[in-house]
Every structure is written in C-alpha cells, then in structure tokens.
Design a protein around this ligand. Structure first.
Ligand SMILES: Cc1cc2nc3c(=O)[nH]c(=O)nc-3n(C[C@H](O)[C@H](O)[C@H](O)COP(=O)(O)OP(=O)(O)OC[C@H]3O[C@@H](n4cnc5c(N)ncnc54)[C@H](O)[C@@H]3O)c2cc1C
Length: 447
C-alpha cells in the first residue's frame, strides 16, 4: 500500500483521489491551502449573485471524504524535497510520500501595473477573491474589469447583478476577438452594450490609483482617460500556479512538463489539471488547457497510471462552453478566430442578433472540422461524431436536425439555416426530417 499525496483539491486533484480510491487501497491525502473541501470553481459567480449558497457548490457532502478514506489537510505546501520524497507544510508538518500528484491549478495574471496589489484589486479565481469582491461591493460606486475573456465577462455580470456600474476594458477591437470569429465577437460586444455595461474597446490599463489608504480609487487607461472606481478586477488570463516549484529539479516551462502518461521528469511525481503542460501537445490541442473537463480527465488518467496499466491522456475532440450574460456559447472541434484557406466557414445568424451557428470545413475535402454556437445548443455527441467521421459539409447541413438539442417548446431555426446555406453556397439541400431521439440514437449507434 503506497502513501499518495495530492497537492490541490480542485477538480483534477479530487478526481484523481476518487479514482485511486475506486482502484486501490492506497493511503490518500489531499492538501489544499484554499479551502477545506472541494467546490465547483466554475459556479463561484452564482454564489455572489445569490443564486446558490456556498454549500450548494460543494459537489460532495463533507462526510464523503472520511467515508472513502481520503484524508484532507487544509494547509499549504511550501517546499518539496524530491530526493527524500518529503513535503514541508506551512504549519511546520513534514510528510513522506511514495507518490505525489501536483494539481495546483492556476493563478490570475498580473502584468506589473502600478497599483495592482492594492486592496480592492483582484482576479476572480480563488475563494479569497470572492471574499474581497464581497467586501468591496458594499459601497462601490463603480467596478472596472480589465480583460475581455470568459472570466472578465463573468465578473462584469456579477457586479452588474448588484446594480453596480461596470466598465469592461478590452485591448482588442471586439470582445474576445483573439478567440471568437469576428461576427460572434461583434455579437457579444453588442450584447454587453445592451446590458449597459460600459465596454471600452481598443483600450488598456496603465495604472491603478491609490486612495491614500492602500485601496483602489480609480484607473488610468491607455487613451488617457481616468475612471473613478472602488474595485478593479484583473482578468487578463491565468497561468499555472507553480511559483513554489521553480528552482527545484522539477522540469517546468509555463507549466509543469509532463508526458502523455502525465509523468514529470521525476520518478513517482505526476502533474495534472491547469498546472500541467504536455511536452508534446496532442493534435489540434494546446499544451496547457486550463478548463474543467480536461482536469477531470487528467485526474482519471493519472489514477489509472498509478493503480493499473499505463494509459495515455486522450481528451478527444476539443469542446468548451460558457455563457456571455444571457447568450450561451458552445464550441466543438476546430474554430479559429481567423478562418483562412484551406478552411472556410458557413455562418448563419438569426435576425434577433443573439443566435448563430457557424460550421467550419476544409475547402479541399469539404469535411466538417468545427461548430461554433451562440444562443443555440447542439448535441455534443452528434457534433463529435460528425467531426471524428470527417463527415462532408452538405451531409451535416442536410441532417442538422439531429444536432439541435433545444427543448421541444423552443423555436426551430433549421429551415432558415438551410435556406441561407443554399443561397450562400448555391446548393439545393433539402432538410432531412429526422429529428426524434430515436433518430439521434440510431445515428449515434450506427457503425
Ligand atoms: C471563475 C471561473 C470560471 C470558470 N468557468 C469555467 C467554465 O465554465 N468551463 C471550464 O471548462 N472551465 C472554467 N474555469 C476553469 C476551471 O475552473 C479550471 O480549469 C479548473 O478549476 C482547474 O482545476 P485544477 O484542479 O487544475 O486546479 P484548481 O481548481 O485551481 O485547484 C488547485 C488548488 O490547489 C491549491 N494549491 C496550489 N498550490 C498549493 C500549495 N502549494 N499547497 C496547497 N495547496 C495548493 C490551490 O489553492 C487550489 O485550491 C473557470 C475558472 C474560473 C476561475
């Protein structure tokens, strides 16, 4: 029986622990400095907005861990001695491990702005950030959020939900312009404006002003504008949380370098989740993917590697989903922000300007490569099957009804979608009527 330590109780660390327990009788301890128990980081915004209580975002009852013989330590690891296999904790404890899993997550980026460490300035990542937001929301005249990505818009929505005026500062010409194709980026920019959020495009933060008591009082922007505020949210991306591992024998780059079995360069030491960087990125994927489901898959993979036969981490076809205020977003497969030859796309947008479907395909082979959806949900498995089977574009368009996931009382958009496709691509595709769950099931199970 081995003594396994996991540093980090996020989705990757707890998934590893749960699967190691399923597969073995090893001693398991999870150490985390942030919270005693695992919670869903992705739902933090709903606690602030009053939709959920903190206890609602803890997926497991507190008794679950004891019942499953997973020990929890609320402490911080401040040093690792890889030769003697020992951990030093902030509390002074020294612990010996047989196998170690590093699942230390990310931290928000700070770009060295003057004033970035003032009170009333934070990212949105840890529970402590939420506490700071809560504290400064009481008499907040305005919040300024810097960074036009997924977390920035969440933070803007949070303040907005409490009727606190919000300015969102974005460096690019549209919201999330480096990830979304131009039409979708413009749609979300419009949507932000419609919510009376003061969106400042083509603009950067230069300085955060001090109120003389170590708290944020305002910001200065690259266009010379000065805005008074009581809170500054810094949401310009995250980076792997590995500072305490630098200058050790562990090989790191931006993250902790791992092979496909998630092993580091040191025997019996693994890294998973946001802090891990694959030495060789998998085809169509990035070496670091700071998202929820990849952390979960890595946790499961590492458990098998420790307890059973070695298996390679294989996250399959890329997907992601989010919500931009009221507009849901899904992406499957390859959807670059700039679509150039040999790729092209068909883009359909509803007349209300809040729903769209984009199909990305290879011009030479016609095969479908990716789907981008705004305000409309597609079935994950159907999109994945089309992409993995390299299905032709016309075939996908003809059978698009199989993908629509929207509940039965929602309006259907397939007819307008196909008409628009036929017009743009000079085709005469007739929409296949198959759309019941039986048809979907038959499609997914056919060889
Ligand atoms: C606000 C927000 C919304 C998000 N929304 C989405 C979404 O909609 N979809 C999606 O796919 N992803 C989303 N993400 C990203 C996703 O939450 C992360 O990719 C995921 O939580 C990372 O999990 P992890 O287990 O790798 O690390 P983490 O959840 O960061 O857990 C690591 C833990 O390790 C602890 N730790 C670090 N170092 C030490 C140490 N030395 N000693 C002790 N403890 C330590 C940290 O304090 C932390 O608690 C969101 C992230 C945020 C912040």
């Amino acid at each position: 029986m081995a003594r396994i330590f996991i540093i980090g109780n996020g989705i990757s660390g707890v998934t590893a622990a749960r699967h190691i327990r399923k597969l073995s009788n090893h001693d398991i301890t999870i150490i985390s400095s942030e919270s005693s128990h695992f919670f869903a980081r992705t739902a933090l915004m709903y606690v602030y907005m009053g939709h959920m209580r903190f206890k609602d975002i803890k997926p497991y009852e507190d008794g679950f861990w004891k019942k499953n013989r997973i020990e929890l330590l609320h402490d911080s690891v401040i040093g690792i001695e890889f030769i003697s296999k020992s951990l030093t904790l902030e509390s002074g404890l020294k612990l010996h491990y047989d196998q170690l899993i590093l699942a230390t997550g990310s931290i928000p980026n700070k770009m060295g702005w003057p004033g970035q460490d003032l009170q009333g300035v934070s990212g949105l990542y840890h529970l402590q950030d939420l506490e700071m937001m809560e504290q400064y929301s009481k008499n907040c005249s305005r919040a300024v959020i810097v960074g036009g990505g997924l977390i920035g818009i969440e933070m803007a929505e949070m303040f907005h939900s409490r009727h606190i005026p919000v300015t969102l500062v974005v460096r690019e010409k549209e919201y999330w312009y480096n990830i979304l194709p131009p039409e979708e980026a413009a749609m979300i920019s419009r949507h932000i404006h419609e919510h009376n959020i003061d969106l400042k495009l083509n603009c950067e933060l230069t300085e955060i002003l001090d109120n003389g008591q170590g708290e944020a009082a305002g910001v200065v922007l690259s266009n010379g504008e000065q805005i008074e505020c009581n809170y500054v949210g810094l949401t310009v991306g995250v980076k792997p949380n590995i500072e305490f591992l630098k200058n050790t024998a562990l090989e790191t780059d931006r993250g902790i370098l791992v092979n496909e079995q998630l092993e580091t360069n040191i025997a019996d030491v693994y890294a998973i989740g946001d802090c891990a960087q694959l030495r060789h990125a998998l085809s169509g994927r990035k070496p670091i993917e700071a998202i929820w489901y990849t952390g979960r898959m890595m946790g499961e993979t590492v458990a098998y590697n420790i307890c059973k036969e070695p298996v390679s981490y294989n996250p399959g076809i890329w997907f992601n989903s989010a919500k931009f205020l009221d507009i849901e977003y899904q992406v499957y497969g390859f959807v670059p922000s700039k679509i150039q030859s040999p790729f092209n796309s068909f883009y359909w947008e509803h007349t209300d300007g809040k729903k769209s479907i984009r199909l990305v395909f290879n011009i030479e082979t016609s095969e479908i490569l990716g789907f981008n959806l705004m305000g409309i949900r597609f079935r994950h498995e159907v999109c994945e099957t089309w992409i993995s089977k390299k299905t032709g574009l016309n075939d996908v368009v003809q059978n698009i009804r199989l993908a629509f996931f929207d509940p039965e009382f929602y309006k259907n958009y397939e007819v307008s979608f196909v008409e628009s496709f036929n017009q743009q691509f000079n085709q005469q595709i007739i929409l296949n009527k198959n759309k019941t769950l039986n048809h979907v099931f038959k499609f997914l199970t056919q060889k």
